[in-house]
Design a protein around this ligand. Structure first.
Ligand code: FES
Length: 176
């Protein structure tokens, strides 16, 4: 190889290595801009609704907030009037109360009494029934219902399905 040829070869090799390096660093930069898979999924909580038991309150989490899931027994369903039933979420042949687990007064987390089938907020004594309706002040309104979409036997919190939009339209919940 002559001196000139060697110089040309070295120049090309250097360019190739620099090119690969540039592509690698661009790729690394793009990866750091892309959201992590967990962040992409953030904002949505998918719940398998076949797992809950009647009259057992389970507190799930959505966007860092507690969400109450209470599956109704046939007796609990029979105790609800027609207006209260409009807040009930039906999934397959099962019925649920799904609300934020935050008191609408100042945001404390009410406790559930399965014997009395009611919620008591210990902060200032507000109470709610199993439909999530306020039954004793100071809470100014019923427990809020988070956005949800029914997808087969799962419930996706964070998506606005038709059933949720109807509750909003009917004034059964505020948008949270
Ligand atoms: S925060 Fe619940 S009654 Fe005041």
């Amino acid at each position: 190889m002559t001196k000139t040829n060697r110089r040309a070869f070295m120049g090309k090799a250097f360019s190739a290595v620099a090119g690969v390096g540039a592509i690698a660093s661009l790729y690394a930069m793009k990866k750091s801009w892309d959201p992590l898979p967990s962040v992409k999924a953030a904002g949505f909580t998918t719940l398998d609704m076949s797992e809950y038991k009647g009259n057992e309150l389970v507190t799930e989490k959505w966007r860092g907030k507690p969400v109450f899931i209470l599956k109704y027994t046939p007796e609990m369903m029979a105790s609800l009037n027609d207006d209260q039933k409009t807040r009930v979420i039906q999934i397959g042949s099962d019925y649920f109360m799904v609300t934020l687990g935050l008191c609408t007064h100042l945001g404390c987390i009410p406790g559930y009494n399965p014997d009395e089938k009611s919620f008591l907020c210990a902060c200032h004594g507000g109470t709610f029934n199993v439909a999530g309706e306020v039954t004793k002040a100071p809470p100014p309104r019923d427990l809020d219902i988070p956005p949800f979409k029914i997808n087969g036997t799962t419930l996706v919190l964070g998506e606005e399905g038709d059933e949720y939009k109807k509750l909003l339209e009917d004034g059964k919940t505020l948008r949270v």
